[in-house]
Write a protein that binds this ligand. Structure first.
Ligand code: ADP
Ligand code: MG
Length: 153
């Protein structure tokens, strides 16, 4: 599938992208987020959390593998995973993500190569730093029938 590509000049714009993305998210969705340290994966997740209206703050879960942010308004909870320190996919299996997957929106930072097996349908988000300044390029690729046409607007 061809990615949808977004230019994201500032951190505020990244929050905004997350907020707008949250409008199309629903229970059972898996997002696999990729990008170097400091690319903006957590910032994007903060925007998603705001948009979904979940309990915050959404921070870098560096010392815990995953955090559940409960919905404050009856929407899906947000499960935020940081796989940075994970060696392999079996460690991800150990935290039983599939138990909460169906009832939540799950986003896995550093999930590329680790988290794909969790769901056939998933949104892959790649964040790449620009040549200069704060700008980032975000590549959004929807995999599977769930995402067919979902990113069109
Ligand atoms: P990651 O989770 O990918 O390691 P973070 O979201 O924790 O990255 O950190 C990104 C840092 O870069 C934040 O300090 C943020 O304010 C800053 N930043 C600057 N410009 C941007 C941008 N265009 N998009 C996202 N973050 C940006
Ligand atoms: Mg992060």
């Amino acid at each position: 599938d061809l990615p949808v590509i977004r230019d994201v000049p500032t951190a505020d714009d990244m929050l905004d992208l997350g907020r707008r993305l949250s409008r199309i998210l629903r229970k059972g969705d898996l997002i696999v987020a990729t990008g170097d340290l400091g690319a903006g994966k957590t910032t994007l997740t903060q925007g998603i959390g705001e948009g979904l209206g979940v309990a915050g703050p959404v921070t870098s879960p560096t010392f815990v593998l995953s955090r559940v942010h409960a919905s404050l308004g009856g929407g899906p909870d947000l499960v935020h995973v940081d796989a940075y320190r994970l060696g392999d996919a079996s460690e991800l299996a150990d935290i039983d993500l599939d138990e909460t997957l169906a009832q939540s929106v799950t986003i896995v930072e550093w999930g590329s190569g680790l988290a794909e097996w969790l769901a056939d349908d998933r949104l892959e988000i790649d964040i790449v730093r620009g040549q200069a300044g704060d700008t980032r390029t975000v590549y959004l690729t929807g995999i599977g029938p769930r995402w067919a046409g979902a990113l069109d607007n």
